[in-house]
Structure formats: structure tokens, C-alpha cells
Design a protein around this ligand. Structure first.
Ligand code: PMT
Length: 439
């Protein structure tokens, strides 16, 4: 059994990583700015040293005095205020930050950060800091779903490695309902603690596949399976939280693509193969969680097949799909990247079958799950898996798919560290004693 240090620590005190950390809260001008006061209070309560920076527009929604009272520190409100510059210059604040949180991050402030602007205290700190940045977006639902905002967010994640928490879904101040609500302050604190506690995948390029594939029989019917995409999406989200740059290749699924993850939607195994071809080129890790259909109909009918045409005992000719994971293993040859993680959905001899897959698919790790066990496998929110690699099998305690995802990633991190370590020196053979020559 492996003990997950990350989750155990979180279970003791989720906010522990914030104790003593220097956190800058950047408040920008949206109606949710008033909630930043509660966020600052919770951060302060968790033991963080909090500096607050505000844009001019934010000050129209909430006064600097509130934050000053909560933090017992001056509030950074003006880029060119000489008094503030003399005491807490924005470069100094940016330099000493362990984490910068922008809450609320409005559509406008996100656009300005994505453009690299630095003409107000908040954007100047964001541009100057080397600390991780956590955005808590809040805006009108249409602004949030606008392709420009989407592109800006992706740019901040992909290019700058920023983290995102929320937005939540619900009734908004603009009287629309949908995503756009500032995440709850407690959730922002939790996300901040995550960012601070675990960035062990920072900069790692990871491709995750998830969900089923649907192989069309005709325009309305398909051959498919019961995968919901939950396990793969949980891995993608958890990896993104830990700093990875994640591309998710997602089969047909009702799940919304996770924020901060580049998502490619596919329908069938052929499309998944194309998407992978592009995505894995510069990947460090590939996790194949998708339940790829092993067969597809030999031909797809262009029109819906009529009941009468099919007859009472129809049979569909199937052809085999390529084994995408095995292809990746073969293409990698003797190279060590990308690290290949496969899954094994089994109903019997779970470990034995996973061990076979480890060899035949030439991957580094197989995550085996017994899909016939209640609370495990397809469509449920929990899973119980065993990690199988060349050094043996490690049973992971049952948990939510998100918790299990973290355990799998813990193992991936350990495998990458072991692969990067210089090979241990073989103990020196004792030198044979020189024979004394007889003169
Ligand atoms: O999506 P959920 O509802 O959350 O369910 C999660 C899950 C049960 C789908 C997931 O945990 C899981 O087990 N995924 C792998 C499903 C599967 O296809 O298993 P397999 O034993 O048939 O395949 C072994 C591996 O080969 C898998 O990594 C699979 O992605 C890959 N494969 C399989 C067939 C194929 N043609 N190409 C492949 O690459």
C-alpha cells in the first residue's frame, strides 16, 4: 500500500501550506470585489502574510481601508504613489510573494494580464513576480464563454503556467445564470494551499486520454462502451493543479472540459489516433485512460439502417482498431520519454492481465481496475486501482477518482525522479592482488 503524503497532509489541515507564506491578493474591479475581504480574512486566519493590491476600478467597489484593517498592512493602490513605492514597492511585493491570487479576476484584467500589460498595481505585480499565480475569475456568463476570454485564459495557463479556480455556476449579479461566479473564498483558499503545497509537475507536458470512443454503425447507432470520462478528467484536473501543462483528448462525454486544460474532443478511435499523433510529439507523460473501442463496424452506413433492412438476426461485420497505446510504446523504442501510463479495465485476474499489458503494450505503468467491483471502474465517482510496473504491484486505497488521480500522479512523479537520477555506481570489484614475481 502506498501512503499518499499529499492527501494525508491535506486531511490534517488543508490550509497548512499557507502558514507563514507571503500571499499577494490582487483585487480587480468587479462586483465580487467585496468577497475578496472574506478571502483575505481566511488567508490571514490560515497564518499567511497577506499584501493586498487594488486596481482603481476595484476601489470603486470596496475601500482600501477594509483590507488595511484586515491585514494590518498598507494596501497597494497606486503604481506611482511615492509613499507606497518607498515602503512597499511593487517589485519588492512581487519578489517576496510565494503566491499571487487575483480575486476577482475580471474579463478585462485577464485580457490585460494576457497582453503582458503592467500599468496598474495588480498587473504590475503579476508581471514582475516569479511566484505562482492563481486566478479566480468572475464575470458575466457571456463574457466568460467568449472565445477571446477563453483564449486569454488558455494563454495565461499555457504560456505563463497560471492556475485557475472556478468560476462557479449560479445566479449572477448581472441577472444571468451560468458560470461566472467568483469561487467561494474557502475554495480559493483551498486551491491556494494546493498550489503552494504541490507543484511537483510544474512545466511537465502531459497528455491524458479519457472517455469512450463511439464507432458509428450508421448516423444514429454506434458500438461503444460505458466510460463516462470521469477518471481521465480527474487525472487531467489533478495534474493541472500540480503544475502540469495538460492536453486532454476526450471522447464523447457529458463532462465539461476542465478549466485550464487544453481539450481536444474526439468521437472515435481513428480521431483519437489523429489527435494523439499531434499531442504526444513533445509530451513528457502520456496517460491512456480512454476506453478505446477495440473494434469498429467494417463500414458506416450513410443513412439510418431500417429495421426491415437489418432483419431479425442481424450481424455487423467488425474490423479491429489499432492498439493506440501499443503503437506509442513501439514508436518510443528504447527512448524513455514520454513516460507511458496505460490503464487495464479487467473483470478477472486483474493483476495478471495488467502485467501482461505492461509487457505487450511496452508501457512504464499500468493502472489496473476491476470494473466488475461496485464503486470501481465505469461511470461511478470512486475507483480502486492497483499500480503495476516492473517493480511489482501497489494497491491504492479506494477513494474518489480525484483522490485516486493524485495517487497515480504521485507514482508518476516518483518514476520520473527515479529515471532522472544518475544510475547508482556498481560497487568496485576488489583489485586482484599482484602476484610477487620470483626473481
Ligand atoms: O471513464 P470512467 O467512467 O471514469 O471509467 C474509467 C475507466 C474504467 C474507463 C478507466 O479507469 C479505465 O480502466 N480505462 C481503460 C479502459 C480500457 O480500454 O482498458 P483496456 O484494458 O481495454 O485497454 C488497456 C489500455 O490500452 C488502456 O490504456 C487503453 O486506453 C489502451 N487501448 C485499448 C484499446 C485500443 N484499441 N487502444 C488503446 O490504446
Amino acid at each position: 500500500m502506498i501512503e499518499g503524503p499529499r492527501l494525508n497532509r491535506a486531511a490534517r489541515d488543508p490550509a497548512a501550506p499557507l502558514k507563514g507564506a507571503h500571499v499577494v491578493v490582487g483585487v480587480t474591479g468587479g462586483i465580487a470585489a467585496y468577497k475578496a475581504a472574506e478571502l483575505v480574512r481566511l488567508l490571514d486566519k490560515a497564518g499567511a502574510h497577506v499584501d493586498v493590491a487594488m486596481t482603481g476600478r476595484a476601489q470603486k467597489f470596496i475601500g482600501a481601508m477594509t483590507f488595511q484593517a484586515l491585514t494590518r498592512r498598507p494596501v497597494f493602490t497606486n503604481l506611482f504613489d511615492l509613499t507606497e513605492e518607498a515602503t512597499i514597492g511593487h517589485i519588492q511585493v512581487a519578489d517576496r510573494a510565494d503566491l499571487v491570487i487575483i480575486a476577482p479576476a475580471t474579463a478585462n484584467s485577464i485580457a490585460r494580464m494576457a497582453a503582458g500589460q503592467a500599468d496598474d498595481p495588480v498587473s504590475a505585480i503579476v508581471l514582475a513576480t516569479r511566484a505562482p499565480v492563481l486566478l479566480a475569475p468572475s464575470m458575466n456568463v457571456n463574457m466568460w464563454s467568449h472565445p477571446i476570454t477563453e483564449a486569454n485564459i488558455l494563454r495565461l495557463i499555457d504560456v505563463a503556467g497560471y492556475h485557475v479556480v472556478g468560476p462557479g455556476d449560479g445566479f449572477l449579479a448581472c441577472r444571468w445564470t451560468g458560470p461566472g461566479r467568483l469561487a467561494e473564498p474557502a475554495d480559493i483558499v483551498e486551491a491556494a494551499a494546493h498550489v503552494l503545497s504541490n507543484q511537483d509537475l510544474a512545466g511537465v507536458r502531459m497528455v491524458v486520454t479519457a472517455g469512450p470512443t463511439y464507432e458509428a454503425i450508421d448516423p444514429v447507432r454506434f458500438v461503444g462502451n460505458r466510460s463516462s470520462g470521469k477518471m481521465g478528467v480527474a487525472i487531467a484536473s489533478a495534474a493541472q493543479r500540480r503544475g502540469a501543462r495538460v492536453t486532454l483528448v476526450l471522447g464523447p462525454s457529458a463532462l465539461p472540459p476542465p478549466v485550464g486544460v487544453t481539450t481536444m474532443s474526439v468521437e472515435n478511435a481513428t480521431q483519437l489516433q489523429w489527435a494523439l499523433g499531434d499531442a504526444v510529439k513533445d509530451a513528457d507523460v502520456v496517460v491512456m485512460t480512454a476506453a478505446v473501442a477495440d473494434f469498429r463496424p467494417a463500414k458506416e452506413a450513410k443513412q439510418k439502417l431500417k429495421r426491415g433492412e437489418i432483419g431479425p438476426t442481424a450481424s455487423i461485420a467488425l474490423v479491429q482498431n489499432p492498439d493506440l497505446l501499443a503503437e506509442l510504446g513501439k514508436a518510443r523504442g528504447s527512448r524513455r520519454t514520454p513516460l507511458l501510463v496505460g490503464f487495464a479495465a479487467e473483470t478477472d485476474d486483474v493483476i495478471g492481465n495488467a502485467e501482461k499489458k505492461l509487457v505487450t503494450k511496452k508501457c512504464d505503468l499500468v493502472v489496473a481496475n476491476d470494473v466488475s467491483e461496485p464503486g470501481s471502474g465505469f461511470a461511478v465517482d470512486t475507483n480502486r486501482v492497483t499500480l503495476v510496473d516492473t517493480s511489482g504491484a501497489i494497491e491504492v486505497p479506494a477513494g474518489t477518482k480525484y483522490e485516486v488521480a493524485h495517487r497515480i500522479l504521485d507514482h508518476v512523479v516518483a518514476m520520473r525522479a527515479a529515471a532522472a537520477a544518475p544510475p547508482a555506481k556498481a560497487p568496485r570489484e576488489p583489485k586482484p592482488k599482484a602476484k610477487s614475481k620470483k626473481r
